[in-house]
Write a new protein. Structure first.
Length: 363
């Protein structure tokens, strides 16, 4: 459980101190007041660049730009992450400097933000990030594996752009890519199967999706490292022409079909696409609770935007049934009226660029 959260010079928050009791948290207020900044801060308790994918130097409150700090008490662990000036962000767990990847062993965080409403109709990059975020909640070490793969691939791409022809350089990097890439593929397939199973076995009002990982443009992602190394090596002529690596798990896509209609997610209405995403997030939480006894933190930014009153009530009922600590934003408290006493309520206001929070009673 996330019990304490302190933001210092973070975005629009000069100093904000919050206490939570484990119930869902409804955060409401006008657009631009600083609601999403709270969710972003929580997302930065996990590995990566957070739900806005912002650089560390973009997070400091302006105009001071003194740096920023986020402190939290999560499942008994004191977590801090911060950056000063233009420096990269630093993470600490219980007072000891650590890697961002280590945060994933404590903070399992998933989110839905309005930008993801177009997840099924835009590029594959967003869908891969969504898939890897789900994988990370089950396999905290997945972040390290992805970083190792991407580092080796960047070096190989540099050789390709420089038209380097020495096969020894490529063989060494391709072996590294293959070891990490095969593990990425196994992690993705295993977790996706677990999510599909959790969807199928649940009594939910949200639509189920049939999902699969597909190759892009004739690429492949063998789960055997020797096969993957061979596939990458055989692609060198194409890669020389393209100036980049065309084979591997960085080229796959996630496809989804709305089962009740038999329609690809990309052809569904905006509301249906949103409902599918909510369904996947709930299935992830359900599977994690079953497997490790703990659900992830859920960050649901403007989640009610494309859900009618019935679907909103159903979502809140499922979150409470799962005992999920969910942080939700909306412009008005009426969007959360069906939660009643089952949630905490925070109103966010903004004056001259400075956010302030006020705890409110249930509507």
């Amino acid at each position: 459980m996330l019990s304490d959260l302190t933001l210092s010079h973070f975005r629009s928050h000069r100093r904000t101190v919050l206490y939570f009791d484990g119930r869902p948290v409804a955060i409401y207020g006008p657009n631009g007041a600083g609601k999403t900044n709270i969710l972003e801060a929580i997302s930065l308790l996990s590995p990566g660049r957070g739900l806005r994918r912002a650089g560390a130097d973009e997070l400091a409150r302006r105009p001071e730009a003194l740096g920023w700090k986020i402190s939290a008490l999560l499942d008994g662990h004191e977590i801090e992450t911060f950056a000063e000036g233009s420096a990269a962000r630093t993470a600490q767990i219980d007072g000891k400097i650590t890697t961002q990847a280590a945060l994933g062993r404590i903070a399992r965080v998933l989110w839905l933000v309005p930008a993801m409403d177009r997840l099924w109709i835009e590029g594959a990059d967003g869908r891969r990030r969504f898939l890897d975020r789900m994988v990370l909640s089950f396999v905290p070490g997945h972040a390290d594996v992805v970083l190792a793969y991407e580092k080796a691939m960047r070096e190989r791409n540099r050789l390709l752009k420089d038209q380097e022809r020495d096969p020894a350089w490529y063989s060494a990097l391709e072996a590294q890519m293959a070891t990490s890439g095969a593990e990425i593929s196994v992690n993705r397939r295993t977790v996706l199967a677990r999510i599909i199973e959790a969807q199928r076995d649940s009594a939910t009002t949200f639509p189920a999706a049939d999902m699969k990982i597909v190759d892009a443009e004739g690429s492949c992602h063998p789960e055997d490292p020797f096969m993957l190394a061979d596939a990458i090596a055989h692609s060198r002529p194409r890669d020389f022409a393209a100036g980049r690596t065309l084979v591997g798990p960085h080229r796959v896509d996630l496809e989804a079909v709305y089962l009740a209609k038999g329609a690809p997610a990309s052809q569904c209405s905006t509301g249906e696409q949103k409902a599918l995403l909510v369904s996947l997030i709930l299935a992830n939480a359900r599977a994690l609770r079953a497997d490790i006894g703990q659900a992830p933190l859920l960050l649901l930014d403007e989640v009610a935007a494309h859900l009618d009153a019935g679907r909103r009530a159903a979502l809140y009922d499922e979150l409470c049934a799962l005992s999920v600590q969910a942080f939700m934003t909306g412009t008005g408290v009426e969007l959360f009226d069906s939660l009643g006493l089952r949630a905490q309520y925070l109103e966010v206001t903004e004056t001259e660029g400075l956010s302030a929070l006020h705890e409110r009673p249930a509507p």
